[in-house]
Design a protein around this ligand. Structure first.
Ligand code: SF4
Length: 448
């Protein structure tokens, strides 16, 4: 039964108390109808309404949190579409880096330190490793517990505890249960003990099986026993098969409402070949893993994966723009050079990053191009010399600098004469076509 917002609303208390985080009961009902919230998020629901509507109104894919509240953890799942253009993807996959059991305590701590530092800013967003996958098999239980406890104390990210032995896993989970690690992974051989651990410590549980059918059976068993924060774990021995299984599981959950596979998925993509690992991890993250485990910790290995995730999980319904205003890069003075660019985020951050790299403080006037890059904005008539001049005036740029030199994008050479003829900007310099040429250009032309 597809529930409408109105049918859900009729069964809510209608007090608009906001305890669910929404301003009104109707706003909450609309989120439930859109499968973005679970009905149980309203703490004042009658038992009768819970019984009647909970199952039907539950999102087709469970939202699962790994780690503590706030920035100490991350959420995966609760996706609603197969393809991004149908709406958007909601929870970007987390990249987890493995810490091998064979490492000494000192080397394990050094690797965690590198994981903590594996963060970059791209297009104004913070990207980085979001989990540490701690291998424990082979360690005695007391040593596994001590290592988990010691590393967790200085970790920026939550943990995925990797062990097959229930005794080892139990000791490690017990040591850091408050940090809500992901227990990885229950299989046919250890499911009973691992389900008990997940229940006892209130931690999410990854489950695995030889086939999707067996995985669905195991999910149902775990759920019936009270563990609902599940992650479907697939191996990457046969990448083509893994990608097929990821797509089949997602389609079964979203299109067929098959609840037993309605959980986020994860793949251990760790390989000894860094290039192959990067390619495979990017593919799994794009379709449709919620967590991908890798070995690589170099920027050259992680950034391609993180960039893929950033691109795929950008909301296509929201223009990717920055605020239209005058930006100051570095300690500007009235002699600093002035550039202009468009308000497309990628364009702006490329230009700003290169200006920063030049170490020459500069003003960047951002012109409203409707979120388009330079050439598209020009082709679509979203930017013109007149608009540039008006924007410079509106942002009071002539008052900020003593000179009248303006650096324009190299892709818009035709703007030069009109700007020089119609404005105070009497010296217009045609900059480089690519942002990468900005540092050299500023070194040559940017100083007075
Ligand atoms: S918590 Fe329940 S009663 Fe309160 S506003 Fe939300 S839906 Fe309405």
């Amino acid at each position: 039964m597809a529930l409408t917002a109105m049918s859900i609303y009729k069964n809510l208390p209608k007090t608009n108390c906001k305890d669910c985080g929404f301003p009104t009961c109707m706003a909450f009902a609309m989120q439930v109808a859109a499968k973005q919230k679970e009905l149980t998020a309203c703490p004042h629901l009658s038992e009768q309404a819970k019984g009647e509507f909970s199952e039907a109104s539950a999102p087709p894919m469970k939202l699962v949190r790994v780690g503590g509240a706030g920035a100490e953890g991350f959420e995966i799942g609760q996706e609603t579409v197969m393809f991004r253009h149908e709406e958007k993807f909601h929870h970007a996959p987390a990249i987890a880096v493995k810490i091998a059991a064979a490492l000494s305590d000192g080397d394990a701590a050094a690797r965690l330190d590198a994981i903590n530092k594996a963060q970059w800013v791209r297009v104004g967003q913070q990207l980085g490793v979001r989990a540490a996958a701690l291998e424990l098999d082979g360690l005695p239980a007391d040593k596994a517990a001590a290592r988990a406890k010691a590393l967790a104390a200085s970790s920026r990210v939550p943990f995925i505890l990797m062990a097959k032995d229930a005794g080892v896993m139990g000791a490690a989970v017990g040591a850091i249960a408050g940090k809500r690690p992901l227990i990885y992974q229950a299989s046919a051989t250890n499911a009973d003990a691992f389900i008990k651990l997940a229940l006892g410590h209130k931690c999410p549980l990854a489950i695995t099986a030889d086939s999707l059918e067996s995985l669905a059976d195991l999910a149902k068993t775990a759920k019936d026993r009270g563990v609902s924060d599940l992650v479907l774990s697939l191996d990457a021995k046969n990448p083509a098969k893994t990608l097929r299984q990821l797509a089949i599981a997602r389609r079964a959950a979203l299109k067929k409402s098959f609840r037993a596979l309605g959980f986020p998925a994860m793949v251990d993509a760790s390989l000894d070949n860094p290039a192959r690992e990067t390619v495979m991890a990017s593919a799994f993250a794009a379709k449709y893993a919620g967590i991908v485990i890798v070995n690589g910790l170099e920027a050259s290995e992680l950034l391609p994966i993180l960039t893929t995730i950033q691109n795929v999980y950008t909301d296509p319904q929201v223009p990717n723009i920055v605020e239209t205003k005058l930006y100051e890069i570095g300690s500007t003075t009235p002699d600093s050079p002035v550039l202009f660019t468009t308000n497309f985020s990628l364009t702006y951050f490329c230009v700003a990053g290169e200006v920063e790299r030049s170490k020459i403080p500069a003003f960047i006037c951002v012109v409203d191009s409707g979120g388009l890059g330079v050439l598209n904005a020009y082709a679509g008539d979203k930017i013109s010399p007149e608009k540039v001049v008006k924007t410079l005036e509106a942002q009071k740029v002539p008052d900020r600098v003593k000179h009248r030199r303006l650096i324009i994008p190299g892709l818009l050479p035709s703007f030069r004469s009109e700007i020089e003829e119609t404005s105070v900007w009497k010296q217009v310099l045609i900059g480089p076509e690519n942002a990468s040429g900005i540092p050299a250009f500023l070194k040559q032309h940017g100083k007075q």
